[in-house]
Ligand binder design. Sequence first.
Ligand SMILES: C[S@@+](CC[C@H](N)C(=O)[O-])C[C@H]1O[C@@H](n2cnc3c(N)ncnc32)[C@H](O)[C@@H]1O
Length: 309
Amino acid sequence: MPVAVAIAMTMTFGWMLGPGCPHRGDGASRDKTQWDRVATKKKYFLAVVSPWDKGVVNPLGDAIKAVPAHRRGAAIDLGTGIGNGVPMLARGFGRVVAIDYAPKMVAAARKRHGHFPNVTFAVADMRKLARYRNRFDVAVAVNSVLLPSSRDVTRMLQEAFHTLKPGGTLFGVFPSLESEAYIAMLTFEREHRNLNNEQRAWARTERIIDSGRIDFIRGTVGRSAVQQKFYFRFELIRRLRLAGFRDIQVGKVVYPWRLLDDPQARAFRGNPGFWDWFVSARRPAAAKTSPTPYQYPKRPDQRALISAP
Ligand SMILES: C[S@@+](CC[C@H](N)C(=O)[O-])C[C@H]1O[C@@H](n2cnc3c(N)ncnc32)[C@H](O)[C@@H]1O
């Protein structure tokens, strides 16, 4: 996928895979159905380039370990999927709620991890989390903020913010748009080396990458019915700030090249892997920086434009 994303140029399920893929969807019900289709461990790891796969450098474990004792009361896993993050959260927090809007995902997560007595599973949409407000020390969203509509992304980030108690922390993994450009660059270099002809190398790169599926303005990857949101780093920081978060830190989840769905990817070995963004962001202890849910601020916070982790 990120969505989180081996640019799965060949698609097992008829949609585009990428780091963090198949993160996608253009509408609520259709997405749920698509996700439901991969709600077994085997299908899931075939379809998704996942931060939970072997050989992936994922900072989430260390981040969870570093949560102080007084912030280990409750955690929520937003878009839990088949529950890959549940064991870590169940061991680290007093209570855990794991939600997903795809019922078969929730059923699969419950089947795999229902033996943890401190975990509750629920079907719920990250755009509507009123019942979970102000309850959690930590919220986790691993490649689940994927809906391509800007309004949906805004809602999901605001809702994640409001699930947190003041002072609580969001740990998130988000598909990286820069990573798509990076893979395209390495692909061009390889093709240029092989063909020794720039024009033909660009043409082949565009074909391999299927460049028409990447929209760098909207920040979406995929074709009409199966698009998913990818993020520029600056965009992610800005969106998190506008949702009310502060103390935003951005790192990377780094994938090994064998997870890229390109048979020639071994040519990329020796270069740093492709990546998703890893984010830690805090809900301030003073609640006043939170904008009204679902509203863009009338006067945007100028600091959002210059924020750096
Ligand atoms: C790529 S999977 C990631 C699952 C899990 N977090 C993991 O890392 O293995 C994305 C999950 O997000 C869920 N999802 C996407 N949009 C959602 C929404 N609006 N509300 C709840 N779940 C959502 C999907 O159903 C899917 O299970």
